[in-house]
Design a protein around this ligand. Structure first.
Ligand code: SF4
Length: 229
């Protein structure tokens, strides 16, 4: 595992649990609004953490933390992800995986082996606009497969979309709702310009709260629950 760094405590990244977050290095997407460029652009990579340091940390936090959130970058690119999850679960922690859904085989392995308790999958765009929003050619069949697997067998899950107004129209967001029809939870994340992979996105905006409330209302016709945050 190439873990660039960790956040030692979070109250918001695993719903209802106290977690620590590990940030993996490397991603196969190039979303221009990405707020973790140091995990995506190899030119910005730093020396990864020693795995002993990571495992020692979780060992010391037994009984004090509930969960480990694995995010990135794209964690499913890490060859030993399943083994890492296994070690963390063995220490008694819940495991949450954040993924862009491009590697359904990895998602399937994690689910089949009972290594993951919660999956948060980003849905970047309606399938026809995926390449434009993800910044690379994306196999959208893989995206659909991951959605299907997660909805069928994840113990708990959410789908989420970061909304930049210039990239997604209101109807695009509604169309995403149809790809995940029946999903238990869909989260609309307001884009906040702070640090971005593409500097041009530092001046981009999201929709107004009023617009997002209307979009949310429309989405509740296709998903069980929708949150704007
Ligand atoms: S936002 Fe896009 S580029 Fe950034 S880590 Fe996620 S999938 Fe990769």
């Amino acid at each position: 595992m190439r873990i660039a760094y960790m956040q030692r405590t979070s109250l918001i990244d695993y719903p209802g649990k106290i977690s620590a977050i590990v940030f993996t290095q490397g991603c196969n997407f190039r979303c221009p609004y990405c707020h973790n460029p140091e995990l995506v652009d190899p030119k910005l990579f730093t020396e990864p953490m020693k795995m002993k340091e990571v495992f020692d940390f979780f060992e010391r936090r037994r009984g004090k933390l509930d969960a480990c959130v694995i995010t990135g970058g794209e964690p499913c690119l890490q060859k030993d992800l399943a083994q890492f999850m296994k070690e963390i679960k063995k220490k008694g922690f819940l495991v949450k995986l954040d993924t862009n859904g491009s590697k359904p085989d990895v998602v399937k392995t994690c689910l089949d082996k009972g290594l993951v308790d919660y999956i948060a999958m980003d849905i970047k765009a309606p399938l026809g606009k995926y390449n434009q929003v993800a910044g690379v050619d994306v196999d959208t069949k893989a995206i659909e497969k991951s959605i299907e697997l997660i909805m069928a067998s994840a113990p708990n899950y959410e789908f989420r979309t970061t909304v930049v107004k210039s990239l997604l129209t209101e109807d695009d967001i509604i169309e995403i709702g149809t790809i995940i029809r029946g999903a238990r939870l869909y989260i609309i994340q307001k884009f906040v310009a702070s640090k971005t992979l593409d500097d041009d996105y530092l001046t981009k905006e999201t929709y107004s709260d009023e617009d997002l409330d209307r979009i949310k209302l429309r989405l509740t016709r296709t998903v069980k629950s929708c949150i704007v945050r």
